[in-house]
Design a protein around this ligand. Structure first.
Ligand SMILES: CC(C)(COP(=O)(O)OP(=O)(O)OC[C@H]1O[C@@H](n2cnc3c(N)ncnc32)[C@H](O)[C@@H]1OP(=O)(O)O)[C@@H](O)C(=O)NCCC(=O)NCCS
Length: 176
């Protein structure tokens, strides 16, 4: 049974190692999610400490998906834009451990994030993702609109370039 929770800073701190496991597993598996090989738990812990600090400053909402007690996936909604774009949220780091994939965790995380975005009165969501990757199919299936492809925007963890597709979701125009 999968459930999704929005984490407060204390709860996130308690799950920091599990969040690190998910991030390490995704990077080990070759996902292009900001980090290069070799990537280890110390770097993952440092990354999550930064996210948890931002959580404490209410600059981000952090979601986690659980299968029973096991944290298997996570997603962030960043809200720290300047004052002329407070209506917009930036969606980042949709990560599901390889052992937990294809069971709807990512879908549930996106739905929980969108519900929270609407509750906060946001009207626009944006994200970017590797062109042709699993996540792209998922976003298209959930009514995200592709803006276009930026060639060689990022790197795979082994140093090769990868193209990136930019997406948006107009919450004002999309029924719940
Ligand atoms: C992309 C990712 C988050 C998907 O997580 P997931 O929990 O397996 O996704 P879900 O089970 O919710 O899948 C929902 C839908 O996405 C699509 N999808 C997801 N993975 C897929 C795959 N490997 N092949 C085909 N379709 C896939 C399908 O439409 C799927 O529905 P279905 O399982 O009923 O066919 C996961 O593969 C991942 O963490 N990848 C590495 C990190 C990454 O690249 N994140 C994206 C950053 S923007």
């Amino acid at each position: 049974m999968i459930r999704v929770e929005r984490l407060d800073p204390d709860t996130a701190r308690g799950h920091r190692d599990a969040l690190g496991d998910v991030l390490c597993d995704c990077v080990d598996g070759g996902a292009s999610v900001s980090f290069m090989w070799p990537f280890d738990r110390t770097q993952a812990a440092r990354y999550w400490d930064g996210v948890i600090a931002a959580l404490g400053e209410q600059r981000v909402c952090l979601f986690a998906a659980f299968d029973g007690a096991q944290l298997g996936g996570t997603l962030q909604l960043w809200l720290d834009g300047p004052c002329n774009r407070r209506h917009r949220g930036d969606v980042r780091k949709l990560l599901v451990h390889r052992a937990c994939r294809r069971r709807g965790m990512a879908q549930r995380l996106l739905q929980a994030m969108e519900t929270e975005a609407r509750r906060r009165g946001l009207t626009l969501l944006t994200l970017d993702t590797v062109t042709g990757g699993d996540a792209e199919r998922l976003y298209r299936a959930q009514d995200w609109q592709a803006v276009g492809v930026i060639p060689r925007y990022a790197l795979w963890p082994d140093g090769r370039f990868c193209d990136t597709t930019v997406f948006y979701k107009d919450l004002a125009a999309t029924a719940v």
